[in-house]
Structures are given as C-alpha cells and as structure tokens.
Write a protein that binds this ligand. Structure first.
Ligand SMILES: *Cc1c(COP(=O)(O)O)cnc(C)c1O
Length: 386
C-alpha cells in the first residue's frame, strides 16, 4: 500500500500533511519509512510531553491497559480520581471535568461560565470575551470563541455570544464589559496558533482584577502552554493570578486523548448530575498515563525546561536570518527573513521537525529533550534560517 496516495484518497482532505511517513521513534528521535531519523522539535503539536515511546509513560499506560480499558462514567474507577486529586493539589483548583480534547475542555468551561452567570446574575449574562488572534478549538462553539475570521469563514452561523478584544488592550476589555452582559473572559497566556505571543504581565493582571471586581469568570486556556511547557506547571503561574477555570489537553495525556477542565472555588459546584458528560472522558488508560506525566513535572524538570528555553533563545536571538524570537519555556516562535515554510522544509531535509504558527517557525520540543540532540537540531535550524 502506498500510504500517501491511500490517505489522500480515503482521509477527509483537512490536513496539508508534510510528505513523510512516520513509523516509530524513541524520545526526541522520530523515524520515517526509509529509516531516516529526525530530531523532533514538534512533539505532535505539544502532545508527546516526554517524546516518543517514553519508558515510564509506556509502563503506566500498559499496566492500566492490561487491567481495565474503560468503565464509562456510570461507575467509579481509580485513575481519573487520582489524576483529579493530583491536578487539584498542584493547582489549587477544586474539581475537574475530564474530556478527550482541547476543544471539549473549552466547551465545558464555556458551559460552566454560562451556567454560573445565568444562575447568579440572570439569563442575559452569557457573553464570553476572548482575544483577537486566539485559538480555542474547531467545534462550532470553540470556533466562535476563536478570535480569527479565517477560521469562521464558511461555518456561520456560529454560536452567538462571543466578543473579541485586542490582546494587551485593557481598555477594550473594559469597554466590552461596560456594553455587554459578560459571563467570562477567556485567554491563552501565550497565544499558540496565533503566533506564539505571550500576553503582557500587566494586561493579564488587569484582566484578573477586572474579572474579580465584576464577578466575571477568568478562564485560562492552557491546552498548549500547560503541563510544564512554560517552565511552570501551568502558564498562568507565570502571571501570579488565580483563574476561575483552567482548561488543558495536548501534553496532559502525553500522547493519548485527554482533556481537563479544572474548576476553581467559585465554580466548583456549578455542574450537577446531567448538566454535562462524556462517554470517553476520564478514560482509565489516558488518565494513568497522565498521572505519570504530571508526577514527573517537578522543580528539576521545570528548571530543565527553562534552561533549554534560554539555550534556544540565546542561540537564535542574533542568528542570521532571524528577525525575532517570541514565546515562553519550550513553546517558541521564530520570525524569519525567509518564508517560514521554506525554513521548515529545509529543516526536514536535514533531519529536524519543526512546525508553523501563523507566519513563524514554531518549536515545541519534548520537555526532556537531551541537550546533545537539541544542540544538533538548533545548528540545523540556524543554517536553514540563513
Ligand atoms: C490545540 C488547541 C486547542 C484545541 O485542542 P484540540 O485537542 O485540537 O481540540 C484549543 N486551545 C488551544 C490553546 C490549543 O492550542
């Protein structure tokens, strides 16, 4: 079977895939069909937290796989309860709803915000403020939350009740709150798909302050920056705020589908039996893997993320063909003189996988990528930027 032609014939045409057939890997090394090796600085879009076929994760997952693969949420089982406890203890959040993806985690956050506001303030309080250039998912509602016209085209009418403010323009947030009956403000502290742009510290502080004063919920979408990637367990922890709701997915499962919506004190009891649910959400295998991932994100590991981040930034900052560097921790955007697509292609030819974010080259390496491999990859990347 020719994989690429079969894929093109039978898979819905939503992905502009790179022309390589990935078959296996170990850690930060990925192998294609022909045995060519690549250093992976993309981790399946921030999913493979500890790279490919990580031994500890495999052990946690296979142990659960051989014991019990699924129960439905009609019964109790240990892995999801344990994971929820760990997440709450590490974040100060109070309860967790598990789902299977980032979009679903955000859908849950939006439902919680609307239910909270409508019960407390009345039916009119439904507006969710999000930021221009944000990305929150592909369902009709999370598309509505996504502040980028390009994703809305062809899919209207979207779920009503979303209003967009410019990132780092607090006066726009204030104006929206004065005009609409708002339930929540939803932000990514580092906009990922929007071009790897960290929000300004003051802006996030001001949002948290406004949200608190008006009893509007603050939702942090940590689907991409969460789970250690920022150098702290969750990205918001770099901003000294306490969100009301934190959503995450991607790296949480380390390669299995898992989404989580963490609920803070104000909203911990908003969801009631029947108000939300998921057949697969909190799957025992995905949760067992996630426990092993979260338990490894200790200070040593997070310091390693910061060191690798500094190394990458220092190497690239004044490199030929590099205009600017943005991002936080191991989520880095590179504005290049050459077209980002060209840089990505050249890297691939030379054995390094990197991806795009808007018109930037984006790096999302495994949090434990060996320095030796990282150094090798950065040399290739620098040459590709020249
Ligand atoms: C990827 C992403 C999503 C969507 O996650 P899916 O698992 O693809 O549904 C939502 N928000 C952010 C910030 C993301 O990066």
């Amino acid at each position: 079977m020719d994989i690429q032609s079969t894929d093109k014939q039978y898979i819905a045409n939503t992905y502009a895939r790179f022309p390589i057939n990935i078959v296996s890997g170990k850690g930060s090394i990925v192998k294609d069909e022909n045995g060519k090796e690549y250093i992976d600085l993309a981790t399946g879009i921030a999913v493979n937290t500890f790279g490919i076929a990580d031994e500890e994760w495999i052990e946690a997952v296979t142990k659960q796989l051989k014991t019990l693969q699924h129960t439905s949420n009609l019964y109790y089982s240990a892995p999801c309860a344990s994971l929820a406890k760990i997440l709450c203890e590490r974040t100060g959040m109070k309860k967790v709803f598990f789902s299977n993806s980032g979009a679903e985690a955000n859908e849950c956050a939006i439902k919680v915000a609307r239910k909270y506001a409508q019960e407390k303030k009345g039916d009119k309080f439904s507006t969710i403020v999000t930021l221009k250039n944000s990305f929150h998912g592909r369902t009709i509602t999370t598309l509505a939350a996504t502040g980028q016209e390009i994703f809305h085209k062809d899919f209207t009418p979207l779920t009503p009740g979303f209003v967009y403010a410019t990132a780092n323009a607090i006066e726009e947030i204030e104006a929206i709150i004065a005009t609409y009956n708002c339930a929540a403000i939803m932000i990514e502290v580092v906009q990922g798909e929007g071009g790897v742009n960290p929000l300004e510290y003051e802006f996030v502080q001001d949002i948290a302050d406004i949200a608190k004063r008006h009893d509007i919920l603050l939702i942090c979408d940590e689907v991409q920056i969460g789970n250690g990637r920022s150098g702290k367990l969750y990205g918001y922890m770099n901003y000294d705020i306490i969100p009301d709701i934190v959503t995450t997915a991607k790296g949480l499962g380390g390669g299995l589908p898992l989404g989580a919506t963490m609920l803070g004190e104000k909203v911990k009891d908003v969801l009631t039996p029947g108000s939300h649910g998921s057949t697969f959400g909190g799957n025992p295998i995905a949760c067992a893997g996630a426990i092993s991932i979260i338990n490894r994100l200790d200070n040593d590991l997070l310091n390693g993320v910061k060191e690798r981040s500094e190394y990458i930034k220092n190497e690239l900052e004044n490199a030929d063909g590099v205009i600017s560097i943005s991002g936080m921790g191991l989520m880095i955007g590179i504005e290049t003189e050459k077209d980002a697509g060209e840089v990505i292609k050249e890297c691939m030819k030379k054995g390094v996988l990197v991806i795009k974010a808007k018109d930037k080259v984006r790096l999302l390496p495994a949090l434990n990528i060996p320095m030796e491999q990282l150094k090798k990859a950065i040399i290739i990347l620098k040459n590709a930027c020249k």
